[in-house]
Design a protein around this ligand. Structure first.
Ligand code: IPE
Ligand code: IPE
Ligand code: MG
Length: 237
């Protein structure tokens, strides 16, 4: 099978990676941020068009304040290097509850999005304070508002209209969802969009996830048979 156009990654296992080494959890997040850069460069080289990364869930605010603070500072450092995305002509967008972040972070996110909006070859989507249920509820609320004001008729609401009101409306749905660290769940990530995505779980912890691990995952994807409820060519014989 061909390459996935859009890969979505649940970057999990930073805390356990650090704990195994007797380090504070935050040390794992720091190494994890380096892994992210490496994997993005590699994914682009491989010809992947869109990569979405689950970096912070809407539930991760529940973590100890110190850990949340370290993560915020890491995003801050990451966004300060935004020039690199512009130089490499990478389109960057953000999904999630942007209003929850400090003003400087919000401003950096908005700026990077608009500076890179027209780049076509490679698209990186960062899910920050993202929760799929919240995104679905937001879409429902927007549609209800439009229906109440007569802008849309309830009968006109179909899957395409609904999807157009999600924060992911501007990208293709993911073909392949990778989760590292051995956990086998979606943890509120792209619930609508992943309806027919191929799922891949690896025990490798995110800071250890490298080019080789990525290629191994790609190979698994290429051997999958995507049927979408129908029959594959092999089955039709
Ligand atoms: C993923 O690693 C990063 C975030 C959720 C921000 P974790 O911090 O969840 O690491 P584990 O799962 O505790 O090992
Ligand atoms: C999901 O990981 C969120 C990210 C990787 C950013 P979590 O570590 O928060 O998920 P649970 O708590 O194990 O489900
Ligand atoms: Mg985790």
């Amino acid at each position: 099978m061909s390459l996935p156009k859009h890969i979505a990654i649940i970057m999990d296992g930073n805390g356990r990676w650090a704990k195994k080494r007797g380090l504070p959890r935050t040390a794992g997040h720091k190494v994890g941020a380096e892994t992210l850069k490496k994997i993005l460069t590699h994914a682009r080289k491989k010809g992947i068009e869109v990569v979405t990364l689950y970096a912070f869930s809407s539930e991760n605010w529940k973590r100890p304040q110190e850990e949340v603070q370290t993560l915020m500072n890491l995003f801050r450092t990451y966004l300060k290097e935004a020039r690199e995305f512009v130089e490499k002509e990478i389109r960057v967008s953000f999904i999630g509850e942007r209003e929850k972040f400090d003003a400087d972070l919000k401003e950096q996110m908005n700026r990077l999005e608009s500076q890179t909006a027209d780049f076509k070859g490679f698209h990186v989507v960062l899910a920050l304070s993202y929760g799929a249920r919240n995104d679905i509820v937001n879409a429902a609320r927007q549609l209800a508002t439009k229906a109440a004001s007569g802008q849309i008729k309830p009968d006109e609401i179909d899957e395409a209209t609904f999807a157009a009101h999600l924060s992911t409306a501007h990208m293709p749905v993911p073909d392949f969802v990778i989760r590292t660290s051995g956990e086998e769940r979606l943890s509120n990530f792209l619930l609508w969009e992943s309806a027919y995505a191929e799922l891949y779980f690896t025990p490798v912890l995110w800071p250890d996830f490298d080019e080789e691990a990525f290629d191994k995952a790609l190979k698994v994807y290429q051997n999958r048979d995507r049927r979408y409820g129908g029959l594959s060519n092999k089955q039709k014989v």
